[in-house]
Structure formats: C-alpha cells, structure tokens
Design a protein around this ligand. Sequence first.
Ligand SMILES: C[S@@+](CC[C@H](N)C(=O)[O-])C[C@H]1O[C@@H](n2cnc3c(N)ncnc32)[C@H](O)[C@@H]1O
Length: 234
Amino acid sequence: MRMFQLDPRLQLCADFVRPKFRLADIGTDHAYLPVWLVSKGICPSAIAVDVREGPLERARENVTRYGMEGKIRLSLSSGLTALEPDDADDIVIAGMGGELMADILQQAPWLQDEKKHLILQPMTTAKELRLWLREHGFALLREECVRSEGKIYSVMLAAFCPEQAQKLVGELYPYIGLLTGKTEEEQEYIQKVMQRLQKKLQGCLHRQEEAGAEELRRLLLELGNLAGIETEES
Ligand SMILES: C[S@@+](CC[C@H](N)C(=O)[O-])C[C@H]1O[C@@H](n2cnc3c(N)ncnc32)[C@H](O)[C@@H]1O
C-alpha cells in the first residue's frame, strides 16, 4: 500500500517528533500520524489512543491497511490514563482544545520528566494551555505556525523544566508563546490574536473599563509591532 502524505498541520507535528523515540498519539482518530511516523521508520513504535470507539476503529483500519499491527498498539482510553511512564517518549496531542489538553496532561504526573517531549497543537484556547504549561513547570522549547487547508495553526514543543518555564515572563507569552512574527504564517497567527483582543477592547470601552482598555491597547501595540501592522480603535 502506497504511503499517504500528511497534511501540513500534521506534518509539522511529525517534524517535532524526535527520530528513534517512541510515540504516543493521544486523540489519534484516523491514526495518520503514528502510521506515517512508524512506516517511515522515524519512530520504532507507537501507541495510538482514542477515547471513542468510532475513531479508534478508523485507526485500526489504517494500522491494518499499512501493515503496522506489530508496531502500533491501539488503546481505547482517555488521555494518558492507560499509559505507563515507560510506554512513550514523545507524546503528541493534536486537534483538540487547549483546555482539554491541559486536563489530559494534569492526569499524568509522570510527565514531570525533562526527557519526555510534549507536542501540542491546540485548536482553541491556546492561551489557557500556555498558561497551564508555565504554571506547572513545562517550558516551551519550540513553537511554529503552519497554514493547512486555509487555516493557521500553532504547534508547540514543551518539556518539564521549571527553571526555564519561570523565564517565560513576557506579557505576550500567553498570547503567542515563542512566536515572533518572523514568517508570514506567524504574522497571520498574531493578526488573529489581535482581532480577538480588538473585540475585547471594544467591550472594555463600551463598559468604560479604562484600566482594562489601557492594558489591551498596550498588548495590541506590541503585537502590531511584531505583525507589522498598525492598530486602530473605532
Ligand atoms: C479532531 S480529532 C483530532 C485527530 C488527530 N489528532 C488530528 O489532529 O488530526 C480529536 C480526537 O480526539 C479524541 N479525544 C477527545 N478527547 C479525548 C481524550 N480525553 N482522550 C483520548 N482521545 C480523545 C476524539 O475522540 C477525536 O477522535
């Protein structure tokens, strides 16, 4: 069976996985990521986890179709609850909300090990995820943006490193993590964050909350400088 190509979002997640390390893909659905990484010989083995039977059945079909039964273990379970600390080195959680990801991570204290890598691609509430990571001693080591099917996504690499996590103090950290606006995709991500903050600013102005409005104006100015755009208030 000819191997498929990953879409750019999953490809960026795959690029963050360390060659020769064991993978766990949490919320695997179709299992494209583990099937691709293992069949390419990048990961020696993988565990594909999903909490729902339908998606896990799709995963099973793909694992069988690509002859990966000996190398990819399927698990019908929630988050990391069915995994032992020694089951995986690189843990991918992609395509879910950031707050759900934080709940999943919270349930696995064994992740407090600098050797474990977390590759996270939140669909929503990335800010809440970044704050949770910092508060719980996980440092962002890398973050990049990618455009996939017309949308912009951020992919983060995090590991337990309280000393480094404490250094992530900039006021933009919750909003854009390690992104700096150095690529078109990063600029577009920053613009999306700005649109949300602009709406909050309008709300503050409407309610005459001057202190809140002032803080948002400052954030918008800093973000605008990174994204190379001027901020406006109307
Ligand atoms: C939108 S799909 C993402 C699939 C794939 N990771 C991707 O990024 O393309 C989200 C999947 O996460 C699963 N899921 C949701 N909560 C979960 C949990 N607590 N533990 C494991 N899987 C979960 C859902 O059943 C669904 O199959």
